[in-house]
Write a protein that binds this ligand. Structure first.
Ligand SMILES: [Zn+2]
Length: 289
């Protein structure tokens, strides 16, 4: 046999695999990001990441990584009940908060029925997660969940940081509101998309938290409602309290251990039920035209 043949076969296999496994081969930022995500997360492999057909848009992290997103738009068959923005991985060391968003996108890829107009951001803080040692903060060492605007931002966030956290570097709110490209982009997304509900995924407190008008979901899967309180500069404070848009914060029990597949489905099922009931009953905004 020609000694080149085995190498040729391997090369051809790689080429074929790359073409088959890559549903959007021209979208290099997504390919690169999926390689990095699969390398970091035990629960999300490369093919799964690519199969979600995420998009790289205008969102860019401090180091230039794309902030991937996916839209499940309204279908012709029905008018959606409302718009839901779902965000994972605000904190880069909360692995499960990213992985579970991939699982939920996998459910919607099969079952999207136009009930809601969804926008998913599985990983708002790619620099925090995808560095060698994952960290809560972004590449500027800012806690993104303290960087959202509010009245008297500078005084309130810094007072809280200094007095309540003892200047914990993991909770540094940044130099100013929306000083970070990741939070600035998400705030723009909220302006553009005008969600009826924001869902934010974290770990490891094992509860559901809620900010906004009316009451939050009493129970999602095995997670029960417990109001943790709003932190100055948090997404819950920004969207829930100041913009009056309900923010459901799902705190998974473990940052490094995924809930069981059954629990992943149960949280999703309960969330959708709550959304159906509450978006319909909330006369805040009407579904998109
Ligand atoms: Zn968190």
């Amino acid at each position: 046999m020609n000694p080149l043949t085995p190498k040729l076969i391997i090369l051809l296999t790689l080429v074929v695999r790359a073409v088959w496994a890559d549903p959007v081969p021209m979208n290099k930022p997504v390919t690169g990001e999926c390689l990095r995500i699969a390398d970091k997360l035990a629960s999300v492999n490369y093919d799964e990441c690519m199969n979600r057909r995420l998009e790289a848009g205008s969102g860019i992290s401090v180091t230039g990584a794309p902030i991937l997103y996916k839209e499940y738009p309204p279908l012709n068959s029905r008018r959606p009940l409302g718009r839901v923005l779902l965000v994972g991985g605000i904190h880069g060391d909360e692995y499960s908060s990213v992985s579970i968003v991939f699982k939920w996108m996998g459910i919607l890829d099969v079952h999207h029925s136009g009930l809601f107009h969804w926008r998913f951001v599985p990983l708002l803080n790619p620099d925090g997660l995808l560095r060698k040692d994952s960290q809560r903060m972004n590449a500027n060492n800012v806690d993104l969940n303290r960087n959202f605007p509010m009245r008297d931002w500078l005084q309130l966030t810094h007072d809280y940081w200094i007095n309540k956290t003892n200047s914990n570097p993991r909770r540094f709110p940044g130099a100013g509101p929306l000083s970070e490209p990741e939070t600035a982009w998400l705030a723009q997304e909220i302006d553009r998309f005008q969600p009826d509900v924001v869902v934010s995924v974290h770990a490891p407190h094992g509860v559901v938290d809620y900010d906004g008008p009316k009451d939050g979901p009493y129970k999602l899967g095995r997670l029960y409602l417990r109001l943790i309180g709003t932190y100055p500069g948090s997404l819950g404070n920004y969207a829930g309290v100041q913009r009056n848009t309900p923010v459901v914060t799902i705190e998974l029990p473990f940052a490094g251990i995924m809930p069981t597949p059954a629990e992943v489905s149960n949280i999703w099922r309960d969330l959708v039920r709550w959304l159906v009931k509450n978006i319909q009953e909330t006369p805040l905004k009407v579904a998109q035209d």
